[in-house]
Design a protein around this ligand. Structure first.
Ligand code: AQP
Length: 331
């Protein structure tokens, strides 16, 4: 046992500008673990290249994602913040776990099906084995808890299955992780197509609210959001557009759906959309300001990355030497 605290791990891909889906579903929740857990938060650049990236943009977004972690309240002295490719053990364990992950399991992953239909020109092996690399990210740190959005639930369950399978063959090697999936935020959906997830790689910029959007952009995008013809603010499965806006409003105000329905009783969608835009823009403003301050000091970000990677590598080495020994590799 390296230390007494339980371990938290999570990651975000630098595959685009981060959205309010990434913020509300994941990053916003990360800082609540900083005091009581040993926390590892990673910028998962190895995952990002499963979809073709422009190299200069990938590099810039790697810095930006780290700065956003910090701007969202992750203190670098209380959390291990690092870049995945700076700790080669992720790729090494990823390969090992590929050999303990079944083709049928990977074929059932909905993210693979979604992303391969969106990237028909580049259905590469990495896109297919993405979940075993994600399992490696988590298992490398003997993680107890993984805060992720609900869209990652299937991958997380596979990580658990892989850990259990490995432990059954070789004896206790990996901690079997639990998910921390916020039930109150749920999945944030696209503003243009509210039955699809809001994704940073969406080609339609009006479908997505980015954490760093200006207030004007946030207001404009919510104003254009797809709703329905009923003009009643009510949470219902058959009203995906309005329900999604209510989810966003609830996340930023803490109000319940019933309170929101009462607040906008008798008012049209115009007032409601404006109110959603206002609370979202105001909620994001402090993050934007802090982000700008952090991005102005690249040397500090590089220092944070370096220290984070050194610390993560120390923990990763312990797991890898156990894994190597159990499998039968010569040390
Ligand atoms: N729309 C969402 N609602 C709630 N949570 C979400 N997350 C992503 N989108 C939503 C959560 O954000 C974390 C980081 O996600 P990721 O970068 O690992 O990749 P992703 O889930 O594939 O996110 P995107 O935005 O859809 O990226 P692209 O477009 O590159 O694939 C995860 O915890 C995720 O659950």
């Amino acid at each position: 046992m390296l230390q007494d605290k339980k371990i938290v791990f999570s990651g975000v891909q630098p595959s685009g500008n981060l959205t309010i889906g990434n913020y509300l579903g994941a990053i916003k929740n990360f800082s609540r673990f900083s005091e009581d857990y040993k926390t590892f938060y990673c910028v998962v650049d190895l995952h990002a290249i499963t979809v073709r990236q422009v190299p200069a943009e990938l590099r810039r977004r790697t810095y930006e994602t780290l700065a956003l972690y910090m701007a969202c309240g992750l203190d670098e002295t209380k959390n291990t913040l690092f870049v995945q490719s700076h700790v080669p053990a992720h790729a090494e364990l990823g390969w090992v776990l590929d050999c303990y992950t079944m083709f049928g399991e990977l074929s059932r992953m909905t993210q693979f099906k979604d992303k391969s239909s969106k990237n028909a020109q580049n259905i590469n092996a990495g896109l297919f084995t993405y979940p075993s690399l994600m399992a490696a990210d988590i298992l490398l740190y003997q993680t107890d808890l993984v805060p992720v959005g609900i869209d990652q639930k299937q991958h997380l369950e596979l990580a658990r299955d892989i850990a259990i399978r490995f432990n059954q063959i070789y004896g206790d090697t990996f901690t079997v992780p639990d998910g921390y999936i916020p039930t109150d935020t749920m999945k944030i959906m696209s503003l243009a197509e509210p039955t699809s997830k809001m994704s940073k790689s969406d080609k339609n910029p009006n479908a997505v609210v980015y954490i760093l959007d200006s207030k004007d952009d946030v207001l404009r995008k919510f104003k254009k959001a797809v709703t329905d013809s009923e003009a009643v603010v009510r949470y219902s499965e058959d009203k995906p557009g309005v329900s999604n806006l209510m989810t966003v409003y609830r996340a930023f105000t803490g109000k319940s759906f019933e309170e929101i329905e009462r607040e906008f009783d008798g008012k049209g969608y115009g007032d409601f959309k404006l109110a959603v835009g206002e609370v979202c823009a105001d909620g994001l403003a402090p993050v934007r300001d802090e982000f700008a301050r952090l991005m102005a000091d690249k040397a500090h970000l590089e220092d944070v990355m370096k220290r984070g990677a050194d610390e993560a590598a120390y923990y990763a080495r312990k797991t890898m030497s156990k894994v190597r020994r159990k499998i039968g590799f010569v040390n």
